[in-house]
Design a protein around this ligand. Structure first.
Ligand code: KG4
Ligand code: ZN
Length: 344
């Protein structure tokens, strides 16, 4: 299987991602192309992703993005040994476009098809940057659509979800608070930027689900968002100008504190000494900084892929496909559905 080329397709949300990877003889998976067409600008005026708009954009972008990725990778259809696609979780109509396209390409090229879990793919992408996983790892996946803490023994096997958000995803909280503060969508990068000028200890916002009787590994961010909204309203009612940088920094601190504290605690309790952080929020500078500090203190090796690999992309799907192929996992059936609620 050395030299096998896998093409991966990702359409679970608003990015049409197509990646191409090659399996090397030494077990490393090499990135050949990672092309992403995003419809994020089309959603900006709605302040969130509109499923119907996303599906239509995927349909328009799919074939050109596959062409571009193959061109960049320098591979022809006859070079491709397998096609992998995100089967779920995600937006139903958006997933359908990718799954239908992947079935068509795999059938036309006469190669196996792998329908993969989007969250597992977010974990697998790290191997493109840091090489094979040396042992069991924890993965903290934080994006606009998910906030999960996963335990991964083997990329080709099932992942064990230790915890997840019970309400808003971390990125969703960033986006909603950014909106409250009059910052553009998607708000995460803007909060990150503005917060650099603010004091993270200016306002003591609540840390959700950190009480002694709360679930150890689940997250909650909707109470925090409400607390920020109340604080801003109170300031406006009192005729005070809102100190945007301080609010952004204090909100960000609350999110990052809870994410890193719970994750490091889980690593200790599960006896796992590798941590991968993925998803769009992994780009957050404060999260990276605090995770580095707390992992160093706890003797945990931190692996955070570069930002372009952390956000939704096709390379992560191709990477997972390559691991499944290498592990001899049987291909998916031709009638795999797009499954919006696919379990971990
Ligand atoms: O993984 P992603 O591109 O798409 C999914 O949601 O699946 O993640 C996008 C999310 C958005 O909520 C965005 O605001 C957030 O990631 N994000 C950030 C940063 N960059 C992106 N959040 C905080 N700080 C950042 N620097
Ligand atoms: Zn994602």
């Amino acid at each position: 299987l050395a030299g096998a080329v896998v093409l991966g397709i990702e359409t679970s949300c608003d990015e049409t991602g197509v990646g191409v990877v090659r399996l090397r003889a030494d077990g490393h998976v090499e990135l050949l192309a990672d092309e992403v067409a995003s419809s994020v600008d089309e959603h900006a005026r709605f302040g969130g992703v509109v499923p119907e708009v996303a599906s239509r954009a995927h349909l328009e972008a799919m074939v050109p993005t596959v062409r571009r990725a193959m061109e960049v990778a320098g591979v022809r259809p006859s070079d491709v040994d397998a096609v992998a696609v995100t089967a779920g979780p995600g937006l139903a109509g958006a997933l359908l476009v990718g799954v239908a396209a992947a079935k068509a390409y795999a059938t036309a090229w006469g190669v196996p098809l792998y329908g993969v879990n989007h969250l597992s793919a977010h974990v697998a992408v790290d191997t493109l940057e840091h090489g094979p996983l040396p042992g069991p790892a924890l993965a903290l996946l934080v994006s606009g659509g998910h906030s999960s803490l996963l335990e991964v023994a083997d990329l080709a096997g099932p992942v064990n979800q230790l915890g997840a958000t019970i309400d808003d995803a971390a990125g969703e909280a960033f986006d909603k608070v950014a909106r409250l503060l009059g910052l553009p969508f998607p708000g995460g990068p803007h909060i990150d930027r503005v917060a650099r000028e603010g004091d993270p200890d200016a306002i003591a916002f609540p840390r959700g689900l950190t009480g002694p009787h709360d679930p150890a590994y689940d997250f909650s961010f909707s109470g925090l968002k409400t607390a920020v909204a109340r604080w801003v309203e109170a300031a406006e009612r009192a005729g005070r100008s809102v100190p945007v940088a301080d609010v952004a920094a204090s909100f960000q601190e609350a999110v990052v504190d809870v994410l890193t504290a719970k994750t490091v605690r889980a690593a200790r309790e599960r006896g796992v000494d590798h941590l991968i952080i993925g998803g769009g929020v992994a780009a957050n500078s404060r999260l990276r900084w605090m995770a580095e500090q707390r992992c160093a203190d706890a003797g945990i090796t931190l692996r955070v892929p570069r930002p372009k690999l952390c956000t939704d992309n096709g390379a992560m799907v191709a990477a997972l496909g390559a691991h499944l192929l290498a592990a001899g996992v049987e291909q998916s059936s031709w009638d795999i559905p797009a499954d919006p609620g696919l379990h971990v």
